[in-house]
Design a protein around this ligand. Structure first.
Ligand SMILES: [Mg+2]
Length: 265
């Protein structure tokens, strides 16, 4: 049995246009073979639900850089240990509440003198402009629980800012567009938690992970097979994850080729 963990932006979705349609043959292959496809993203629950609906995905998913794992009803024939119930989902919560992240970022900004532009200071319209998302999706992107994306406005002071984040016991990472502040969570811990659940069904499980940003490094390193998608960060990422392979093309085209190779008919 194979279990696939994938980042969304710049990986299954095109970095600029957010299209996934070039990956349809590979999505079809996974569906036919019954391979769980786990979205593992810095997006919010609301955004990820949108993309699950668009792509017909019914598997568990990971939001906000590993802040939480959402398990839809019927995913496992046993209750998920440690999960809390939220709506129809069983939820494994790894992240730190959003209000604490916002406050820690404010403190780091003040102490370092490095100005930032975090999502919570932006309107949905402004988020739409800087992400290229349509306004309704930008609304979904603003509904954050465990991860605050931000831009750095004074790059020469970036190091001090990031140190101040760490000195308060928080983490930072970088996706394709933004820096992110999180608590003590990452995509790898979420991958391990879900893999452990699926191993109860199938001990000889092989995990595949695909990603394009530094926020994917830990997830890629934790998987049995890893694909780095070509991006501005891919050479750095290949250094950080020595066993990883570079996908043949960026975005959904390269994603599909990697999946079709790894999951034969
Ligand atoms: Mg990405």
């Amino acid at each position: 049995m194979v279990l696939v963990f994938t980042d969304l932006d710049g990986t299954l979705l095109d970095h600029e246009t957010y299209v996934f349609e070039p990956a349809l043959p590979a999505l079809e292959r996974l569906a036919v073979r019954g391979v769980p496809l786990i979205f593992c993203t810095s997006k919010t629950r609301a955004e990820t639900e949108y993309w699950r609906a668009r792509t017909g995905n019914r598997w568990p998913f990971v939001v906000e850089n590993g802040g939480a794992v959402y398990v839809p009803p019927g995913s496992f024939p046993f209750p998920v240990p440690g999960a809390v119930r939220r709506g129809e989902y069983e939820v494994l919560e790894f992240g730190t509440p959003y209000s604490q992240l916002v406050e820690a970022l404010r403190q780091a900004e003040q102490r370092s003198g490095c100005r930032v532009r975090p999502f919570h200071r932006l309107s949905a319209e402004q988020i739409a402009v800087i992400t290229g998302l349509p306004p309704p999706q930008a609304e979904l992107a603003a509904q954050r629980e465990y991860d605050e994306p931000f831009e750095i406005l004074d790059p020469q002071l970036a190091e001090q800012l990031l140190r101040e984040i760490e000195s308060q016991g928080f983490r930072w990472t970088r996706g394709g567009r933004f820096y992110h502040i999180t608590g003590n969570n990452d995509k790898a811990a979420a991958l391990r938690a879900l893999t452990a659940l699926y191993r109860r069904l199938e001990p000889a499980l092989v995990t595949i992970a695909l990603g394009d940003g530094l926020n994917d490094a830990a997830m890629l390193a934790a998987a049995d097979q890893a694909f780095v998608m070509p991006s501005a960060q891919s050479s750095r990422l290949l250094e950080m994850v020595p066993g990883a392979r570079l996908a043949p093309q960026p975005g959904p085209v390269g994603w599909a080729r990697a999946i079709l190779e790894m999951v034969p008919e």
